[in-house]
Write a protein that binds this ligand. Sequence first.
Ligand SMILES: Nc1nc2[nH]cnc2c(=O)[nH]1
Length: 379
Amino acid sequence: MEEFQGPEPGRHNTSEIRSQRKWWISVFFCGFLVLTGDSLVMLLLNFYYVQNNRSENDQYQQYRGTWTQALIQNVAFPILIPLFFILPKPETVSDQTNTRHPPFLRVLLLYLSLGVLVSVYSKLYALARLYVGWGILVPAQLILTSLFSAFINRLKFNRWIIISIIFTLAADFFCAPAFSGTPTEDESYTYGIKAWLILIFPTLAFSLSLSLTQLGFERVLAKTKRYGGSNKKVFRMVLEMQIFVSFVATLICLVGLFVSGEFKELKGESERFKKGRTYYSLSLVGLALSWQVWAVGLLGLVLSVSGLFADVVHMCASPVVALLVVLAFDFKDDDFGWQRRGALLGSVLALACYFYYLHKTKKKEMAELNKRDNNSEEA
Ligand SMILES: Nc1nc2[nH]cnc2c(=O)[nH]1
């Protein structure tokens, strides 16, 4: 292992130490947001489906409501707008990009394509959650994210990343949180190829969106003049990306809600809710806000580290979420047995490996900076 043997920190070192400290704080903060968002979303979804009296619906009806859920996943983005304006604005520079496409067009294309991808995975994820086989495909998502990261983001894998992925896959395979939304007499097997497509497409879209988001931060947003055009990453980019991408996804989900006629069912849903309309509205508002917490954390991790790391943290949340669901609900056969305890340990080890790798990388960066400082002093 490379040791950091630097001289007394010079001017560069002090600013590097400060920027690394800020970076670690933002990684932990975004990780905390993902964990909190994942937990709140699953708790509120379970509450929603328990209260929804789904067993009184026929099979067809039990698979409905997914445009509403997709809309809820994206619609609360306006709460981020004040935050966007509060955060300090980086100094703008004259436009240095001399690409074939003007930056505005590139940014527009980026937001449109990501918005479409997000709407696809929100809608299909809502549907896929209702299918029994979803738990099997969650690990497949991480494998796809790894492949996209390798090919699109040119991520270099080393043994710590690979060990972390293996622990995450094992943890997720053995530990899906209980979910009360599964139709009572599930007949998903009768859907055949359709069910598999519904399971595979959100996985693909989610993994692809993580890699494209990383590419978008690095190649498009960091090069625009409003972010200084100097490849610097600032948290404001996360909010800008989330606001515009969610705006596009919200529009698509709204169209879906109206074209599918699902909006007519909203009144019936609110009346069916066991605890009444106020709780119905509150649970949807809570869900919408929790999704934003999750998304800001996820994009923050993509910006600070990578799409793959964001997916690892998101997946490692599963055992914690499963534990919270066991504590909060009294579902039959749902306990935190040895399998889930093992999965929790797997998640902790997966995160520990990834963090160790990040720690090593940062130490190496610092050592290189020291070396450069020493060389320039000697020259
Ligand atoms: N496809 C997909 N959509 C999501 N939306 C929130 N989490 C996920 C996820 O893990 N996969």
